[in-house]
Design a protein around this ligand. Structure first.
Ligand SMILES: *Cc1c(COP(=O)(O)O)cnc(C)c1O
Length: 379
């Protein structure tokens, strides 16, 4: 079976993990490897502050608190996303307002955001699906005009850029995931990029169980105490050590994935050209990170047949996201703004192909040949 994901391993991770355990004798949070990873991300993504978290979900939870979401506030987000994007804001009491996606990128349709804004709206959450950037200039402009916070769910967008800026570094806050299904992994983990300096101190407090311990450790206060509510969002330095190994090889991982992505595109372009298959696009000025390669079949029936056909040939392919607005929790916590023109229709067509660091060209060929075989009899 050609798996649809294989977690990345570059080979240097265990050396760093051993160092954390045996040399540093520091495996709780905020140890040397956590600091290294955070500094690396600040430098690489040109952002003033990064905090490692226990997951992408916890980074999003922190973002919701930092946006000062109160019960009854509204948050605008796409319906085509992972549950974490939504549930993090629901925990803070938000009412979700789902906006349709663009069919070309599956990202929130920036032209439909303004119509969803009410006097209760507090924030816009831009999910960079498949590591392809949302139209951030438009989104930031809307947010500025209405006084809204912007949170980037860049869980899939680590190392992608939008007009030269790293995804996650553009909004007030950006959230990364280092789950093993993402491009860089620490098993379970994530990071929050805090781009608005006014939020630095509160972010540290929320992540340190509501205490000002971070200021204490820097010698800025002479004792630390409970100052606000918060939670425990610090990952173990063992996990950070593992991630450090991967960040050392970030470019290698990125280039390897991009090579697979380009190979898929070359091989499937002919089917796209005759109009039988949709393939992903990356708008002008957006450099993606090959998080995902998906295809779009004609409709739900054809997609179901395609996934089954691939499975028979040893290729694991999966659909993505039952749109949240039609899920049981989505119905309870949110509403769809305007008409669902593309969200349901396009998500029904989408099938993800195997994509991971180290995907072998011969395996990629097997996938591509199976897709060509499926369509050979159909047009
Ligand atoms: C993976 C993912 C998350 C959650 O990240 P975890 O690290 O698994 O908590 C959130 N949003 C999106 C869009 C994701 O793909």
């Amino acid at each position: 079976m050609i798996n649809f994901n294989v977690p990345p391993v570059v080979g240097n991770e265990m050396g760093y993990v051993r160092q954390a355990v045996e040399d540093n004798r520091k495996i709780s949070g905020d140890g040397p490897f956590t600091k290294k990873c955070e500094q690396w991300m600040c430098d690489r993504f040109s952002t003033p502050k990064v905090l490692l978290t226990t997951s992408g979900t916890s980074a999003l939870e922190m973002a919701a608190w930092l946006c000062d979401i109160k019960p009854g506030d509204e948050v605008i987000l796409p319906s085509f996303t992972f549950s974490s994007t939504a549930t993090s804001f629901v925990l803070a009491g938000a009412k979700l307002v789902f906006v349709d996606v663009r069919p070309d990128t599956m990202n929130i349709d920036e032209s439909k955001i303004e119509a969803a804004i009410t006097d209760k709206t507090k924030a816009i959450v831009a999910v960079h699906y498949a590591g392809v950037a949302c139209e951030m200039d438009t989104i930031m402009d809307i947010a500025q005009r209405y006084g809204l916070r912007v949170v980037e769910d860049a869980a899939q967008g680590v190392m992608s850029t939008y007009h030269g800026k790293a995804l996650g570094s553009i909004g007030d806050l950006g959230c990364f995931s280092f789950h093993e299904t993402k491009n860089y992994s620490m098993g379970e983990g994530g990071a929050i990029l805090i781009n608005d300096p006014q939020l630095f101190e509160r972010a540290e407090i929320i992540r340190e169980k509501g205490t000002n311990r971070s200021r204490f450790l820097r010698g800025q206060v002479d004792k630390y105490t409970w100052v606000d509510w918060g939670s425990s969002y610090l990952p173990s330095d063992i996990n950070a050590a593992y991630l450090w190994g991967q960040l050392q090889c970030a470019d290698e991982i990125n280039e390897n994935r991009l090579a697979s992505w380009d190979a898929y595109k070359r091989a499937l372009q002919p089917l796209a050209d005759v109009g039988v298959l949709g393939i992903p696009t990356s708008p002008e000025g957006c450099k993606h990170n090959a998080h995902m390669f998906y295809v779009k079949a004609a409709d739900l029936g054809e997609r179901t047949a395609l996934i089954a056909f691939l499975k028979e040939r040893g290729v694991q392919s999966t659909f993505h996201y039952v749109p949240l607005h039609s899920s049981p929790a989505g119905l309870r916590f949110g509403r769809f703004s305007g008409e669902d023109v593309y969200t349901t229709r396009e998500s029904n067509r989408l099938a993800r192909l195997p994509m991971y660091y180290g995907l072998k060209p011969c395996d990629l060929n097997t996938v591509v040949e199976a897709i060509h075989a499926f369509y050979a009899g159909r047009y």
